[in-house]
Write a protein that binds this ligand. Sequence first.
Ligand SMILES: [Zn+2]
Length: 176
Amino acid sequence: MALRKIVIEGDPILRKKARALEKVSDKEREIFLDMLDTMREADGVGLAAPQVGLLKQMIVVEASDPDDIEKAKEEDREPLKLLYFLANPEIIEEEGCQEGVEGCLSVPGFVGTVKRPMKIKVKALDYHGEPVEIEVDRFLAVAISHEMDHLRGVLFTDKASDVKEEEYEDSIHGDS
Ligand SMILES: [Zn+2]
């Protein structure tokens, strides 16, 4: 695995549409692992291929399992993390609405309040290239839909009702 350089807002690649993969081969698996490394190094919870300069429909999300957060608090431990490698993701169902503060590794130093669906069902190819359907809600729905926006050239700042400079205390939240 290797670290890749994260592209910052202002680079035109962040505004382009990513191309669908024909299949997930060893080359794409290597990119997935590099993206994971790069995201973890930057303390992020998600990363999309255009953010490392590749116009491929690939995203990585790693975040706490919303179902385990309360239980982990009671048991005084870190919540379990869920990891998703998704290629060609498509939202096939969505439900409800939630609003929360987001940041982005490609827009360092800024946060904004964004409305997202509460729950989404996503069809994609997984790390092995197998078709999968996943249902996620709460923060995972936010993270996955944020990353999917990157695949069509959309940044959270386009959707946010307010964008402001991140305060130091906010920096403990993961950026994606
Ligand atoms: Zn982002």
